[in-house]
Design a protein around this ligand. Structure first.
Ligand SMILES: [Zn+2]
Length: 335
């Protein structure tokens, strides 16, 4: 940008330089790195409204950081998470009509106000505030906020559950998961496919069917279907942390286990609770699932266990070890 420089007495090129500046914020001197427009020949400073405003904002933010005050953006988020307008939020807090509006637009809030806002950031605290306080909102509005709080708390639990889930199931593709991050939806779809296709499906057989499907697909395509890791167990390969998955599938109403007694033996039967989400699968994936199903259709749990015990991946690993997809090349389903 060219500007007329008084100092040079002519129009010159300008540039932006960084400079340490002090600002008075609420009676306190705050130092910030200011961006200033100067004449590129003599260094004379020009007034530039945008840069000046930006510096002022960063001085205010520096002051907030120093005194641990919420940023305007954070105040807006607290209000919005409860679905409140600036005016209703101020009313709820018994503050002046424009107070929230001013804070969100950059005015520095006083300490007492900041503490209340910080407290109300937690939905649980907002519930206490609403129910154990005389609040200047009508009944209908209060009920609506309480409902929003319920939803927020559900989401929080959901996110916490999700974090735990991610601890157990890796999202990073590697040889142990068939070069695919674990895909819960796909895994559930596979379980539903086998549960619906088989008349009666026992847990032990399901684990083998899943293992063969992932391994065979990997052998032919270089990637697994579900991204599941399989572990060497006494009775064959088993999906890693299978019990956690079954618990989650039951909680999500996808499928559950029904235990019945059969001649003194416990039978763990898979009961599907949803239809097969066919659009989860590619054509190739479906074909592999169907081939695996057909191959073992008349195998009982014991027979399929014995069959899988002969696989190279199983004989080459010790109990408790992950069976790498590298062994998939040895699988011969059609022999
Ligand atoms: Zn100049």
């Amino acid at each position: 940008m060219r500007k007329y420089c008084e100092q040079c007495g002519k129009e010159t090129e300008t540039k932006v330089v960084s400079k340490r500046e002090s600002y008075n914020v609420c009676g306190e001197l705050i130092e910030v790195d200011a961006q200033v427009l100067v004449c590129s020949e003599c260094g004379e400073e020009f007034f530039c409204e945008e840069l000046d405003n930006a510096t002022l904002v960063s001085a205010y933010n520096e002051y907030r950081r120093k005194h641990k005050l919420l940023l305007p953006e954070e105040i807006r988020k607290i209000r919005e998470q409860y679905g409140l307008s600036q005016r209703s939020f101020a009313k709820l807090l018994n503050w002046g009509d424009k107070t929230i509006c001013r804070y969100e637009n950059g005015s520095i809030q006083d300490k007492a106000h900041n503490s209340i806002l910080l407290f109300l950031r937690e939905p649980e605290n907002m519930r206490t505030y609403l129910t154990e306080n005389e609040v200047a909102l009508d009944e209908k509005q209060i009920r609506r906020i309480l409902k929003t709080i319920e939803k927020l708390e559900e989401n929080k639990e959901f996110r916490a559950g999700h974090r735990i889930f991610n601890l157990f199931f890796s999202n990073v593709p590697c040889e142990e998961n068939g070069f695919k991050g674990f895909d819960y939806d796909k895994f559930c779809a596979m379980v539903l496919f086998f549960a619906h296709t088989s008349g009666e499906l026992l847990k032990t057989k399901l684990m083998k069917l899943l293992n063969y499907s992932d391994m065979l697909f990997y052998k032919e395509n270089g990637i697994s279907i579900s991204g599941m890791k399989y572990v060497h167990f006494p009775y064959g390969p088993v999906p890693d942390n299978f019990e956690i998955l079954l618990g989650k599938m039951q909680a999500d109403h996808i499928a559950h286990i029904e235990i019945t007694c059969d001649n003194g033996y416990e039978k763990h039967q898979i009961i599907p609770e949803r239809d097969i989400p066919l659009d989860e699968f590619s054509e190739e994936e479906l074909k592999v699932l169907q081939r695996v199903y057909d191959k073992f259709a008349h195998f009982g749990s014991v027979e399929i266990s014995e069959y899988s015990h002969k696989e190279k991946g199983y004989t080459s690993t010790k109990p408790g070890e992950i069976i790498s997809y590298a062994y998939a090349k040895e699988i011969e389903l059609d022999k």
